[in-house]
Ligand binder design. Structure first.
Ligand code: KIV
Length: 275
């Protein structure tokens, strides 16, 4: 399957669902690509699920570069989007462009993602006009979750819902080729999806968006500090992994592992000459 490009996603809108998944390392990227994921997002959620931070605001450019390079080595045929971390685009158009170019050049990612609505439209316009494909992200934006009352569903009041609709329209008009809608009511996501000319990708936004995205660790049940309502765990890997490690601990303590089949033998004549 040849790698998708930006126009392919526009062509998929309304015809087939777009499947996005986050990945942060080589092994995860290989699994995502082999499983048929359309877009891999190297999300700054890596700060929480991989690096153990309380928030994504601590993620640096260097973190994103390190992880995106590993993902690219594992998923050579998949479209890869990389998050612009907190603080790398809010300081002005020049910084935003410099950082986006740096991320793309250093990693080989195909597009960048920026969190925010109307307040980031100038940045999105500047990057898109400079030739950088941009994915926008509105609704619950984890980098600014503190301002939104925490990791909570957004757009429940008329005013908030209207603001999110305006945000989605504004980022699309500014040149974003795809818009992530996070943690908003399904009917609101449907309304936005019907209006936008670019595909919407939902996470906690119901079934009517043009595609879906999940965090790798949530899907696999690898991150059990908290599980948002919108997550479906397709496996319980944290439980499985802990059980496997417990078995390893028990077997090493008991002298059961390694067994003969895990050990290398030596010819008796070689061994006898050692003494
Ligand atoms: O960082 C991330 O993983 C994201 C997704 C939740 C969309 O932004």
């Amino acid at each position: 399957m040849p790698k998708y490009t930006v126009p392919d996603f526009a062509a998929m809108q309304g015809k087939q669902k777009i499947v996005m998944l986050t990945a942060y390392d080589y092994a995860g990227a290989v699994m995502a690509e082999t499983a048929g994921v359309d877009v891999i997002l190297v999300g700054d959620s890596l700060g929480m699920v991989v690096l153990g931070y309380e928030s994504t605001v601590f993620v640096t450019m260097q973190d994103m570069i390190h992880h995106t390079r590993a993902v690219k080595r594992g998923a050579k045929e998949t479209f890869v989007v990389v998050d612009l971390p907190f603080g790398t685009f809010q300081t002005g158009l020049t910084d935003a462009l410099r950082n986006a170019v740096h991320l793309i050049r250093e990693t080989g990612a195909d597009a960048v993602k920026i969190e925010g609505g109307e307040e980031v439209t100038e940045i999105i316009r500047h990057l898109s006009r400079s030739g950088i494909p941009v994915v926008a992200h509105v609704g619950l934006t984890p980098q600014t979750a503190v301002n939104l009352g925490g990791f909570k569903v957004q757009g429940k009041t008329v005013q908030d819902a209207q603001q999110i609709m305006q945000d989605a329209q504004a980022v699309a008009d500014a040149g974003a080729f795809m818009v992530v809608l996070e943690a908003i009511p399904a009917p609101l996501a449907q309304r936005i999806t019907e209006r936008l000319k670019v595909p919407t990708i939902g996470i906690g936004a119901g079934p009517h968006t043009d595609g879906q995205v999940l965090v790798y660790h949530d899907l696999l049940g690898l991150f059990d500090r908290f599980t948002p309502k919108f997550v479906k765990q397709y496996a319980q890997m944290a439980k499985l992994g802990t059980e496997a490690i417990q078995n390893y601990v028990t077997e090493v303590k008991a002298g059961v592992f390694p067994a003969p089949e895990h050990s290398f033998s030596m010819k008796e004549e070689v061994l006898s000459r050692l003494y």
